[in-house]
Design a protein around this ligand. Structure first.
Ligand code: CP3
Length: 343
């Protein structure tokens, strides 16, 4: 059987057309997801393999994507570490006891994902059974982004507490991030063993760091995760607002580097180097319409990439909840009909 174009692109091999998938391709913009959420909470969906399987497959049935992404949440490994949380309607995640001190860091534990997160691994096996040849992406958070939720207790705009701990008690910061790197490495290896074809590491908020702080406080930990999975599965390294730290992100690892819309994709790729792939980078807001502008910007991304093998089309961040599903369908079809061919 022919290798799927998504896996070929990750290896920077020629493809019949540009592969495409979307961050948050499952979720609130889909009526069938909203219908399920009437009956179950987000955490119930994450914890019940049948529900996680169903939601993972929802976008695959309706949109011409080249990969599925496991339905779960970035914060799922925090609970077995000792950081329980819930999702509060309209506000997002909220931790019961955020990390405030070195003593709080030292109370956290490394755990066995095959026990504590067995339901996620069961979901992966079920999803793989349903997907056929379509590749499945597993994922986890990078230490900086996970640490920011552990310390802030939820979403933050300026990362004041996170940076205060980082600058004020660097030893505790490094212990926290080293533990997160262990937890995430264990978890991704368990996902790979259960059947995911590719892993993506989300460092969604790491653009809050400058290059020198990234090298000191984030890179060594993220690098350990990519070293742990190297040779086991291909990897994607994603962040937003990373225009001033792309070289550092690349040095931390990843066969493919995800870039957002704030930087032209060809400029990003030149800086990352053509020995890596790139993923991106349409502004998710463009999917709200008008579609003429959305398609114009797709042309712009594809022109800039100019058929070079190793590009995976995606958004610069996740699909917004108010996005019309028809626009997502049209976008995937348009990428396939105009994408790079066989160079
Ligand atoms: O991409 C996918 O389709 C897979 C599913 C997925 C979810 N979260 C489901 C979800 C993935 C890959 C994530 C990752 C995630 N979760 C990240 C990193 C990616 C990113 O967006 O930068 C982060 C930072 C989180 C933490 C998180 N989860 C927040 C801040 C929120 C609330 C904000 C919001 O959009 O409501 C969530 C909730 C969440 N995770 C939803 C979904 C579909 C919304 C769910 C709902 O209320 O039904």
């Amino acid at each position: 059987m022919d290798t799927p174009r998504f896996l070929k692109a990750i290896r920077r091999e020629p493809v019949d057309t540009t592969p495409v998938w979307f961050m948050r391709q499952a979720g609130r913009y889909m009526a069938e997801y909203r219908a399920l959420r009437q009956r179950y909470s987000l955490l119930e969906i994450c914890r019940q393999p049948d529900l996680a399987t169903e939601v993972t497959l929802q976008p695959v049935r309706r949109i011409d994507v080249d990969a599925a992404i496991l339905f779960s949440d970035l914060l799922v490994p925090l609970e077995p570490m000792g950081l329980p949380f819930d999702f509060i309607k309209g506000e997002g995640p909220q931790l019961e006891h955020p990390v405030q001190s070195a003593a709080d860091v030292d109370a956290l534990v490394r755990f066995e994902p095959r026990d504590a997160l067995a339901h996620v691994l069961t979901a992966i096996r079920q999803i793989k059974g349903e997907l056929g040849a379509l590749p499945l992406i597993g994922f986890a958070g990078a230490p900086f982004t996970l640490a920011s939720y552990a310390i802030e207790g939820g979403h933050s705009n300026n990362f004041a507490r996170t940076k205060s701990l980082m600058y004020g008690d660097p030893a505790a910061w490094h212990r926290l991030c080293a533990l997160l790197a262990d937890v995430v490495s264990d978890y991704l290896l368990a996902q790979i063993e259960a059947g995911v074809d590719v892993v993506q590491v989300f460092d969604s908020w790491v653009g809050a760091l400058n290059a020198s702080d990234y090298r000191e406080f984030a890179l060594p930990h993220t690098q350990r995760i990519f070293e742990a999975v190297r040779g086991r599965a291909p990897s994607i390294h994603f962040g937003t607002g990373t225009g001033s730290i792309l070289e550092e992100l690349r040095d931390a690892g990843g066969d493919v580097v995800g870039v957002d819309w704030r930087i032209p994709i060809d400029v990003a790729w030149t800086r990352i180097g053509f020995d890596r792939g790139v993923q991106g980078n349409l502004d998710p807001t463009l999917l709200l319409g008008p579609v003429e502008r959305m398609l114009q910007q797709v042309d712009d991304v594809l022109d800039r990439v100019d058929g070079r093998p190793g590009h995976i089309f995606n958004l610069g961040h996740g699909i917004l909840p108010s996005t019309p599903v028809e626009h997502v369908q049209m976008l995937a079809q348009y990428v396939h009909s105009t994408g790079a061919r066989g160079q």
